[in-house]
Design a protein around this ligand. Structure first.
Ligand code: OOG
Ligand code: NI
Length: 496
């Protein structure tokens, strides 16, 4: 039996081998990433592995795919379930900044820490919003629907194998090979001729729409390795003459803890594609849709931390000054240490028991246990994506701005509607991180034989708290609250 995580690791390796053959520049990116990761571990030792062992980080990839319809998305979900990858998070990229693209997205990934540690492969998956009249007029919608209804991205044999693997937690060796072969092939670049006129019609509206609805199959759009020093990577790729996007997406480089996610990409490369022209002739042309991306992951932020992040981004935008300006904003508002993030309830941590608790009274405050060195906070790595960064990555790889007519009612999508499309739960990333943190605190409480009270979180920062999430839970019961959901009304005077 090849079990789920082994299937997932093999799937990631299979896609990487295929993508490396299709896009040789990907191999360069992986090679530079590997070199930098080894250097960072050599330089920083154990600190470099705080957010994931070198083993995990070296194997870590995310892919990106794009599908056209709810039916295709639901089928993709069945394929990913075979590999223990489930939908997490909802991203609406139609409104994620200028030049927005007509898709809504989720990410398929392992859910629990054990599975993530074995292999964290995830796939950012976008679905075209065909019924958004700002992009597609009635005629185009009808043609898109007909075109998409006609194609088969995931053949029945693949779906049958995938369903079995999901139900049985793996497959016998021969079936596993068949599943891997078929699943990988479903994401290969196709050589079936592309209808040039139809592709051009959609490309005028949005190159992403053309990449999804203008071709008869889907394909991996990129495969992204994880690097431990993205600034160094950006510089080194440039020195090799590879054109990178102008700015690293996400948080600026700064001396404090890495939070969330930083990403950069090299520009989409011209690839040979076969076209059928209106006169019936079939000729080779070129498209630029697939690119290389790399990312650096940081600590997962709590809802409170995320609200602060969004405010800092807005402040940096208003202030201008690019990454230097953003760095100033960061220095002003974000604690410069992990400890500071934990104390202010801004980031998620697990807590390792490092010593015996003193004689417990009725409850011991988490902060006291941390101060006494009894509990050691360890950061939880961010496993998800950022809508603004995703839009930035999309945008910088588009052929043109496209067209969008404002003033027409847009169909609304959210996590619940996406769950309806998939017929299954779409997990909220925050719930997963909070559950992990709570579980570690419960385990610590059992080990120490004390009740841990996660009270007295310091104010988030010097920004007015009005814009931060309202305090939803003030109970100090460990099972229902976490360090992140304690009272926001606590003031500095009240804390020791
Ligand atoms: C997805 C773009 C977003 C990320 O990592 O945020 C993305 C796509 O191009 O299909 O990959
Ligand atoms: Ni990506």
């Amino acid at each position: 039996m090849v079990v789920t995580w082994e299937l997932r690791a093999a799937f990631a390796r299979g896609l990487a081998a295929m993508y490396g053959r299709e896009v040789p520049a990907y191999e360069t990116l992986v090679e530079v990433t590997r070199t930098i990761n080894a250097e960072v571990v050599g330089r920083d030792g154990g600190d470099a592995e705080r957010l994931g062992s070198l083993g995990r980080v070296s194997a870590e990839r995310h892919g990106a795919i794009r599908v056209g319809t709810p039916r295709e998305l639901a089928q993709a979900a069945r394929v990913f379930a075979a590999f223990g990858m489930y939908p997490v998070g909802f991203y609406d990229l139609r409104d994620a900044g200028p030049g927005a693209v007509p898709v809504v997205s989720t990410a398929f990934r392992p859910l629990d820490a054990g599975e993530l540690a074995r292999n964290p492969f995830r796939v950012f998956t976008s679905m075209l919003v065909v019924d958004d009249p700002r992009y597609f007029d009635a005629d185009t919608q009808a043609r898109l629907q007909a075109f998409l209804a006609d194609r088969v991205l995931f053949p029945p044999e693949l779906l049958a194998l995938a369903d079995r693997a999901a139900a049985e937690g793996g497959l016998p060796e021969r079936d596993a090979e068949a599943l891997l072969g078929r699943a990988t092939a479903a994401f290969a670049l196709s050589s079936i001729p592309v209808d040039r006129a139809w592709y051009d019609h959609l490309e005028h509206i949005s190159s992403v729409a053309a990449d999804i609805g203008g071709v008869p199959t889907t394909h991996l759009n990129h495969l992204t390795p994880r690097v431990l020093d993205i600034d160094e990577l950006q510089a080194r790729m440039r020195s090799r003459g590879i054109e990178m996007i102008d700015e690293i997406q996400g948080p600026p480089a700064w001396e404090g803890p890495d939070v969330l996610l930083r990403q950069t990409s090299f520009r989409a490369l011209a690839e040979d594609r076969v076209f059928r022209y209106p006169d019936g002739s079939v000729r080779t042309g070129a498209l630029r849709v697939r690119f290389g991306e790399v990312e650096q992951r940081g600590i997962a932020l709590t809802p409170r931390g995320r609200a602060l992040y969004d405010r800092m981004v807005a402040e940096a935008d208003a202030r201008g000054g690019g990454p230097d300006g953003a760095r100033e904003v960061w220095r002003r508002h974000l604690p410069a240490t992990e400890r500071g993030l934990a104390e202010r309830g801004l980031a998620f941590f697990t807590y390792r028991v490092a010593g015996p608790a003193g004689a417990p009274a009725r409850g011991v405050e988490l902060r006291e246990l941390v101060d006494a060195g009894v509990l050691v906070p360890e950061p939880i790595v961010y496993e998800d994506f950022l809508p603004r960064s995703a839009a930035g990555i999309f945008r910088s790889n588009l052929a043109g701005d496209g067209t969008r007519e404002e003033g027409r009612g847009a169909p609304e999508y959210d996590l619940a509607r996406l769950a309806g499309v998939l017929g299954s739960t779409v997990h909220d990333p925050m719930d997963l991180y909070a559950a992990q943190q709570d579980a570690s605190l419960r385990a610590a409480a059992r080990t120490l034989g004390v009740r841990i009270v996660p009270a007295n979180t310091l104010p988030a920062d010097t920004l007015p708290t009005a814009a931060l999430p309202a305090n939803t839970l003030t109970t100090t019961s460990l099972t229902t609250t976490s360090l992140t959901t304690t009272s926001l009304t606590t003031t500095t005077e009240e804390t020791r």
